[in-house]
Design a protein around this ligand. Sequence first.
Ligand code: MF3
Ligand code: CO
Length: 261
Amino acid sequence: MSRPRVRGDLPIIKSQAELETMRHAGKIHARTVARLMEAIEPGVATAELDRIAEQVIREADAVPSFKGYRGYPATICSQVNDVVVHGIPSDDEVLHEGDIFGVDLGVTWGGYHADGAFTVGVGEIDEESRRLIEVTREALDRAIEQVRPGNTLRDIAAAVQSHVEVAGFSVVRALVGHGIGTQIHEPPQVPNFVNGERDEYALELAPGMTLAIEPMVNAGGCEVYWGDDGWTVRTSDGSRSAHFEHTVAVTEDGPWILTAR
Ligand code: MF3
Ligand code: CO
């Protein structure tokens, strides 16, 4: 077979002009992240951080990608301690010294999305939490290093999984990364683990593909559950979880991180 087959559709190849539009969205994303970093401190409510993010995005003539997506009510996802992804920010949810806090957010500009996430400690954090954050960030870096024409999604998945498991942590399996462009979620799915015969693994990366790569890493077991709000995903064992994400384009020369600072 000359063309790798993927469940569902093949990834959508973007033109240089489309990549540049996505980079503009990514720069707005990076600016929003920088503003949030300054505002994250003990005592702040996550709904206040949500308002700050929305303001920065709208000042740039952009739109929060998540707000209204399948009914999601906010600009950011608020991921405190055992929340893996998709926590809904609230005025009642206040950050405390020693927490770890992840933010996931999407920016739409010119009809294209940029998606990215980061995790930080709130004030002083314990050593295991510090290591969890560092290992997850490194896992994303290792994955991005695999982004070049001819490599496959298996190379990305294996890079994340090996780095995380050697460190003694676990990779979440219930959620994966994704293609991105005019839609926040486009084909292909981008797993962070190699397990069985998912068709995606054989997919060869080609210039113009744009991927949101997003390792979700638990300090304990990989199992997660969905909360009663229909959104919030937590670790089943109550252990802490970290999440990093960049939107990355495949180019002839390697990765172009569209959400880079
Ligand atoms: N970055 C998230 C993801 O890829 C998107 C959040 S979906 C939302 O899954 F509904 F929470 F907005
Ligand atoms: Co994403």
